[in-house]
Ligand binder design. Structure first.
Ligand code: AMP
Ligand code: GLY
Length: 424
């Protein structure tokens, strides 16, 4: 079988490494992939948003199955276009990807189907949004409607800051078209949990839970990033909470999408906050999370390709989706300066014995050598029987990877470990 994976980050690297374990998989193409992924797949220099070129390549190379991983091509209808040419694909249609592509759509869906989420109002008129802010208290959360690389969310600590955020999104076009509509919502508190789930629109099979670390600095300080590390499972996500989420959030969401004529097939990502009033949805993503995938898939005992095909063929109820009992930790190494400006082109040294646990996000081959090409460069992942073992192991690996001006957080998993030990 020839497989195509659209995307080129650490998440795609994790998907590719897992797909390779299936013996029927003969060749994997990554589009565009990256210099690190090149060790595990054939990289094709076509951008993940170039839907026409992706489909042409898939047809002329007789691709048997495609996995569309990032949000942009999903929102642009990559799965619709591939399937129209008879290429079975993993991922939602553009209509279903709207659950991530528009926060207004997602919020209205939750309201209509009574799925617990923060109270909110939506606005497409800046004056009305500013008027509304006069009647609320800080902190308050302002979200750009569309895709904004995870950066379109502002937690305003004062009403002045909220007004500033609304103006920058709606008048100054800080997030382009994404910010022409905004959601203003209640500020929630509680531990955050990421739950990725396979669904074919009929059955839903949640994966092991995880915890992201979105801020750049230790102690969750500084700017938001694409994710600086993850652990799985998330110790706050108990069996009771999982059962509650299944009944109040996961099943109702799948049913709501069906009722709206937007059946969701693929990986549905639930960004949850465990508030004092119960679990609530902070966000949906229409895809595998990054860097959650790097800790979730190494713990998957079942065969990924088998599960993905079952999703596409709407027979997920027939296959088992099982996870190891152990834990995993991913530590991201970034280029110093990220998420603002940073240098590129630094040579990367990865010791041979840890290459299999290294998931490359931003690197290219330069003069025959692996060199940095992005802000988040790579993630190292360790699985172990205990969370402590996974965290310590991941940091041992992280300390052995070298490139100039590298940066990592030193507290990935610290909060999870404290929760494990009874603290908060
Ligand atoms: P999102 O892109 O919607 O996941 O938001 C990014 C981050 O902002 C989340 O991971 C939360 O940490 C935070 N956040 C979003 N919405 C809220 C909210 N209503 N209350 C508190 N924090 C929030
Ligand atoms: N880790 C959050 C995301 O993938 O959007």
């Amino acid at each position: 079988m020839k497989i195509l994976v659209v995307g080129g980050g650490g998440r795609e690297h994790a998907i590719i490494k897992k797909l390779r374990l299936n013996k029927s998989v003969e060749e994997i193409f990554a589009m565009p992939g990256n210099g690190g992924i090149a060790a595990d797949a054939t990289c094709v220099p076509i951008g993940a948003k170039d839907i026409d070129a992706i489909v042409d390549f898939a047809v002329s190379n007789k691709i048997d199955y495609a996995v569309v991983a990032p949000d942009d091509p999903l929102a642009l209808g990559c799965v619709d276009a591939l399937e129209a040419k008879g290429i079975p694909s993993f991922g939602p249609t553009a209509a279903a990807a709207e659950i991530e592509g528009s926060k207004v759509f997602a919020k209205n869906l939750m309201k209509k189907y009574s799925i617990p989420t923060a109270e909110y109002e939506t606005f497409d008129d800046c004056d009305k949004a500013l008027e509304y802010l006069k009647g609320v208290n800080a902190p308050i959360v302002i979200k750009a409607d569309g895709l904004a690389l995870g950066k379109g969310v502002i937690i305003a600590q004062s009403i002045e800051e909220a007004e500033e955020a609304v103006r920058s999104m709606m008048l100054d076009g800080k997030f382009g078209k994404s910010g022409s509509r905004v959601v203003i919502e209640e500020f929630l508190t509680g531990p955050e949990v990421s739950v990725l789930a396979f669904t074919d629109g009929k059955t839903i099979r949640p994966m092991v839970s995880s915890m992201d670390h979105k801020r750049i600095g230790d102690g969750d300080t500084g700017l938001n990033t694409g994710g600086m590390g993850t652990v799985a499972p998330n110790p706050y996500y108990t069996e009771d909470i999982a059962a509650e989420c299944m009944e109040k959030i996961f099943k109702p969401t799948v049913a709501a999408m069906n009722a709206e004529g937007r059946t969701f097939k693929g990986c549905l990502y639930f960004g949850l906050m465990l508030t004092p009033k119960g679990p609530k949805v902070i966000e949906y993503n229409c895809r595998f999370g990054d860097p959650e995938t790097q800790v979730v898939l190494p713990l998957l005992k079942s065969d990924l390709f088998t599960v993905m095909r079952a999703v596409t063929e709407e027979r997920l109820s027939d296959v088992s989706v099982e996870f190891e009992d152990g834990c995993a930790c991913c530590v991201i190494l970034a280029s110093g300066g990220y998420p603002e400006s940073y240098g590129k082109g630094y040579e990367i040294w990865i010791p041979e014995d840890i290459a299999s646990g290294t998931y490359v996000a931003g690197a290219e081959i330069k003069d025959g050598k692996l060199a940095t090409s992005g802000g988040r460069v790579l993630g190292v992942v360790k699985t172990a029987a205990t969370l402590e073992g996974a965290v310590n192991g991941a940091y041992e690996m992280a300390n052995r990877v070298k490139f100039e001006n590298s940066y990592m957080r030193h507290d990935i998993g610290a909060r999870a470990l404290a929760a494990h030990n009874g603290g908060k």
